[in-house]
Design a protein around this ligand. Structure first.
Ligand code: SF4
Ligand code: SF4
Length: 201
């Protein structure tokens, strides 16, 4: 079976960038309202274990990776390979991995402008209304919970529209091919090791 690499059309790429910018803006608004800052935080959220679910974010991540020099990319690929091996071992023990993201370099994100949605939403208290109408609340990171303990957050960030827009972008990207490829359920490290996303067209 022949496969072809998913390259984001510049228009879709621009839409992803705008969506990510909107997430950042909403995050900053809530963070400011509750006085949450990552400065001097003893934790580093880049060791959190997350799975990602869209070809859109996978392809956009690779747009960022392809802008790095060959040597840097080689180092990242090696770190991502190590991450995948270690996480598999930890998962096999029935535990949740807590490993530093292969894109974190001395506390900084190597592909900051292309980092994933969850990297942009994690931290502040937030809400999500699922398509079935069920409402979910997220208390935010440990620091957010410390700050807001006993004081309900007046305006938690609403994730609903961001998720909906990402799904719409995914449908636009896949077009008539939606449903033909396998479902995405990968860590960021797996997305790096596998290379840019491919689908049988
Ligand atoms: S999101 Fe929260 S836990 Fe993570 S670095 Fe920022 S303040 Fe610390
Ligand atoms: S992609 Fe960047 S922000 Fe997200 S976990 Fe990795 S290093 Fe952290």
């Amino acid at each position: 079976m022949s496969t072809s690499e998913i390259i984001l059309h510049p228009e879709i790429s621009q839409k992803v960038a705008s969506l990510y910018a909107a997430m950042e803006e909403a995050y900053n608004r809530t963070a400011k309202a509750i006085h949450l800052t990552c400065i001097d935080c003893p934790d580093n959220c880049c060791d959190s274990y997350f799975l990602h679910h869209t070809y859109t974010e996978w392809a956009y991540l690779w747009e960022g990776l392809n802008q790095l020099g060959g040597d840097r990319l080689k180092t990242i690929l090696a770190k991502a390979g190590e991450y995948v091996l270690q996480s598999e071992t930890i998962l096999a023990r029935g535990e949740r991995p807590m490993l530093m993201c292969p894109l974190n370099e001395a506390g900084r994100c190597t592909v900051y402008a292309h980092r994933m949605m969850i990297c942009r939403l994690h931290g502040v208290a937030s809400t999500l209304t699922r398509p079935d109408g069920h409402s979910m609340q997220f208390p935010g990171c440990f620091r957010c919970q410390e700050i807001t303990r006993g004081k309900p957050v007046a305006a938690p960030m609403d994730r609903t529209d961001f998720f909906r827009q990402l799904v719409e972008l995914e449908l636009e990207l896949l077009g008539k091919n939606r449903g033909t490829g396998s479902k995405v359920k990968l860590t960021l490290a797996q997305m790096i090791v596998k290379g840019p996303p491919r689908l049988p067209w």
